[in-house]
Structures are given as structure tokens and as C-alpha cells.
Design a protein around this ligand. Sequence first.
Ligand code: UD1
Length: 432
Amino acid sequence: MPLAARISKEMLKPHLLVSGNSSLSGELKVNGAKNSALVLLAASLLTDEEIILSNVPKLTDISGMTAILSKMGVEIKHKTKDIFLKANDLRHVELPYELVHGLRASFFCIGALLGRIGKAKIPLPGGCKIGARPVVEHIRGLKALGAIINVNHGIVTASVPGFEGQLKGANVVLDCPSVGATETILMAAVLANGESTIENAAQEPEVQDLAKMLNKMGAKIKGAGGPKIHIEGVKKLHGCEYTVMPDRIEAGTFLIAAAITRSVLKVTPVISDHLNAVLQKLRDCGCRLEKDGEGIKITPGEIHGVDITTQPFPGFPTDLQAPFMALMTTAKGTSVITEKIYENRMQHISELQRMGASIRLQGNTAVIEGVSELSAAPVEGRDLRSSAAMVLASLKANGTSQVVGLDHLDRGYELIEEKLNKCGAHIIRKQH
Ligand code: UD1
């Protein structure tokens, strides 16, 4: 499409007008973790008693998940950042594809439903712009626990045979350390009869957060956060109050915002053990990081190119690859960024190039030659994290950029423009 036509089409979409050459100061507050909250919401299906979740971010992904749970019969009340959930009248419903499509975590409910009521019917979540995103590992694990699973016309129908309808403990070895598969199998195994193990389990902090809450509900899980998780099945789980951990990806995005604008900022709260790979790369590229209360103070120096390769935790998270690439576009020298988790997570490159970045893509490896200046342009975030990357690059660019793709951005960042504006950015949200 010619640039003029594209610009006028984009003008009609909700967008952010981001002033460049920004200098930020002060403190950026980090919300509760989206990916953790989503799965903790699903875990509420495992008990008929009340679950109170605190520090839940206000995001479209979260409201999508609560809509799905309420369709299943979960009573839900909201009070500021607390969500009260009571699943004492679960209905066996078939979820419409439109509701689960684009909200992958909704599929993870299948494990909790099988554990609690012995049946579930959920459409396959489908791929997304960043990759195919299969759920074979989830299904393989549930089958190992005794579930009968059929996939027809894109709908997964699962049930547990036998009068009692109870899953049986089993040893599951994952082919790849999938976060969602680990969480799905964990939620199924806690109410299974006997002991289970998950080997080659995902070690992400979100898995640890889930295990912590499940243990608070009376589950017996050991080893979450390591490669082998051991679960002793229990008959029943009870209600609990639980505070969602801070969002390591939002924290990382804010630290990169400081680095790209060469601004001294405090980002808080941050659990640094959740972000060690990212903190190391920020230090390597020229930032000073100091612990400051519950947060981190970042003081960027001259930024140099560094190489990164995305990996499962504790490696560099794929969810911060796009924001870090935005930073590298204005670093001194060359950086090489390799995406190893998703096959199609480089869509921000063409947009960064339109802002003057010098990037060559070879397969899933990007070679970035830092430029002295980015220039503002109309740009589009094509997935959640690439939208964040567009905002960061726009803060640095010369001029005012127009960023579209806010439906993606709002899935994972709560009022990002308000937070950044409080620290000195100039970002205006336009609905059309
Ligand atoms: C979660 C996060 C997402 C993050 C990702 C990797 C949520 C809601 N989302 O997604 O933000 O980017 O972890 O850190 O928590 N795979 C298979 N077979 C499977 C399952 C996965 O091959 O059955 C592959 C995927 O294609 C992908 C890799 O494993 O290449 C990682 O996927 P996975 O860990 O499952 O990601 P999610 O849990 O969906």
C-alpha cells in the first residue's frame, strides 16, 4: 500500500502520538504480572471456596479471562485491584472460539476443569502472529494423567473415564519446557489420585507463582522453578488469598525505556532474580543498575551493542526481545539478536527500519548497526511486545510518531502512556 494511503488508514485507528527526544525521570510503577494473573485466575476453577487475588493488572487479557470464567459459572467480583472468585457452581459449557481466540491462557483452564469436574470442552487457541503455538504438550500430559482427549473441528473434548472421574498420577516428560503445558499439567495433577512428576518442566517465575498459590490452597507441590516438579495429589483444595507477583516483562520494558531515552529512572517493584538475564545485558550495554528499596535504579551511560539470544527461563525472555532490539537500534556498534522461541517474532524490524534503524534479518537472526538518530514515523505494533517496542523507539526518535496496534498494547500494559507521562514523556492517546 502506498505510504500516503497507509498513513490515512492508520489515522482512523486508535493510536498514540508519542513525542520523541524524551527525557524521563522519577519512578515507574510495575503492575502484577499478566501471565501469572491469567493462570492464577484459571486455578480458581480448582476449588468451590473463595479465591481472592490481589494486585491483578487491569488489562484486556484479564477481562477476557474473567469473561470466560464467568461463562463457566464462576462468580466474580472486582474491588480495585482485587478479584474475588467463587467456582461453586461450575457449568460444563462449550466456549465460543471468538472468546478463546487470541487468549491462549484460556486453554490452560482445561487442566483445572479435568481435575475438578472430570470434563472439559475448549476450542484450540490457534496460532497467532508470532508463531504456530501448538498445544500438543498440554494434551500429551493430560493423556498421561488418564484423560481421554479428542480433537474435532478445532474443539478439544476431554474427559476422565471411570465412575469417580479422577485423574491418575503419572510421570510426564515434556518434549520442550512449555510454560503453558507445565501450568496445565500442574493444575490437573494437584487433584489426581497419587503422585505425579513433570520433567523438563518450564522454570519460569509464573510457574513458581502458580505452584505457590496452589500450595496455599492445600496442594502438595515441590520443585516448581526447577526442571522436575513433584506433585502429591490431594482430594480437595480450599480457598485462599494470594497476591500476584510483579510483572517481570513490564519491569524489563520500563528499564529499557530508561536506557533508550538515556534517562535515570527507578522501576519498582522488581524481583531481580526474575530478570537476571535482562539486567546482565543492560549492564553489558552500558547501564548502571542499583538496588533501590523494592526496585531498581537505572543510570544509562553510553549504550553499546550487545548480542542476545532468547531462551526459556533463566535465559533472556522472548517477550523482551522486541523492546531490547529497539534499544540496540541506537547503540554504538553492532548487535546480533537471535529469536529461538518463536518462528515469526521479528515483525517489528520493518517498522524500526521505517524509523531509520539499520537492521538485516537472516532467518531468525537480526544484525543491527546502531544509528545516531531514529526519525519519527507512523508505525504499527503487530503483537503485544512489538507494540511496546514501537512506543520505546518513538520516545527516542526525532519528532512525533504515531503508534497504532493499541489493541495489542492494551493486552499487556495498563495505561502505559499515563505511567510514562508522569515521568516526563509526552504521549497522547487518540481514539481515531
Ligand atoms: C507463555 C507466555 C508468553 C511467553 C511464552 C514463552 C502466557 C500466557 N504466555 O506462553 O508470553 O512468550 O510463555 O516464554 O503465559 N511449544 C511446542 N509444543 C507445545 C507447546 C509449546 O512446541 O505443545 C513451543 C511453542 O511453539 C514455543 C515454545 O514451545 O516455540 C514456548 O511456548 P510456551 O512456553 O508453551 O508458551 P506459552 O505458555 O504459550
